[in-house]
Write a protein that binds this ligand. Structure first.
Ligand SMILES: Nc1ncnc2c1ncn2[C@@H]1O[C@H](COP(=O)(O)OP(=O)(O)OP(=O)(O)O)[C@@H](O)[C@H]1O
Ligand SMILES: [Mg+2]
Length: 279
């Protein structure tokens, strides 16, 4: 069992939590959007246990509830029903100020749409989570600067977000998620906009953080990334429909299956286009 190097020091987490307790436990979690006839369950009874130090990939078709699930796990949204046990405590119904405090100390979030602050330069965007905790100081900026360097962005510190490419923006968003050493990283398609070289930089950094004993949940559509994960969860219509521990071989064979399914679908689409074109 991996141990976390992360020390929270918060009042909320002051009592020692057993290292064998799961870091995350969801019981029959539901999230319904809309009311009456338009109500729609984005999460429809999710049960999930994540142990400390796992690297979980979350896959599933568009609209199946992956981002909604990460938002719940990251305490960014309130569930409609069910239990969320984070580090041994039920956090489903706690006050939003407390949620914000836990989120700041424990959780690093890489959003699908980046969410950088347009009016702050890159360095200040990355420093922001540290500023929330303890005010701005030089050491925080040094730390943010080092992370930006790890991601090859040392020459972009004083750029504004609109001056970056999609891939650079994504790397900044990841640096920001990691700057306060969170023990849980929630990443929504962190390599979605990146070419293979930049994807590798990000995945290497996530692997390093995982090796230090931290827990990672990563939404991805890319089967190649399964080789980094220790477990893969498949979602469909707001539910978990498959949950598989990954050995190296297994990750390989699942990835191959995905790739050949994708190829077959592409071929079918090509054939249909060809037939339509002939008419
Ligand atoms: N704020 C909202 N209000 C209403 N419906 C929402 C809201 N957020 C999400 N949904 C609906 O919940 C469902 C799940 O959305 P979610 O964003 O979790 O999907 P996803 O699996 O992340 O998809 P993708 O792979 O395209 O990112 C979708 O049908 C979506 O339309
Ligand atoms: Mg999504």
């Amino acid at each position: 069992m991996a141990t976390t190097p992360h020390s929270t020091g918060s009042i909320f987490f002051a009592s020692p939590v057993s290292s064998t307790a799961p870091v995350i436990g969801l019981h029959n979690l539901r999230k319904v959007f809309g009311y009456g006839d338009t109500a729609m369950a984005a999460l429809d009874g999710v049960d999930l246990t994540i142990e400390r130090g796992e690297f979980v990939a979350i896959m599933g078709p568009s609209g199946c509830g992956k981002t909604t699930l990460l938002n719940m796990l990251g305490l960014l949204d309130q569930s409609t029903d069910g239990e969320y046990i984070l580090n041994g405590r039920n956090v489903a119904r706690i006050r939003s100020t407390r949620k914000a405090r836990i989120r700041n100390r424990e959780i690093g979030f890489v959003f699908q749409n980046f969410n950088l602050i347009e009016k702050l330069n890159i360095l200040n965007n990355v420093t922001l989570p540290l500023t929330y905790q303890r005010g701005l100081n030089f050491r925080h900026q040094q730390k943010a600067s080092q992370l930006l360097k790890n991601f090859g962005l040392q020459n972009r510190e004083y750029y504004m977000p609109y001056q970056l490419s999609g891939g650079q923006t994504q790397r900044v968003a990841i640096a920001r998620a990691l700057v306060n050493n969170p023990s849980i990283i929630l990443a929504d398609e962190p390599t979605g906009n990146l070419d293979s070289k930049n994807s590798e930089i990000i995945m290497d950094e996530l692997t390093r953080i995982h090796r230090e004993g931290n827990t990672i949940l990563m939404v991805t559509h890319n089967p190649d990334l399964l080789s980094y994960a220790s477990r893969v969860i498949h979602m469909k219509d707001g539910r978990i429909v498959k949950d598989i521990e990954l050995t190296e071989n297994r990750a390989h064979s699942i990835a191959n299956k995905f790739i050949s399914r994708r190829k077959a679908a592409r071929k079918r689409r090509g054939t249909r286009r060809f037939v339509r074109g002939k008419k």
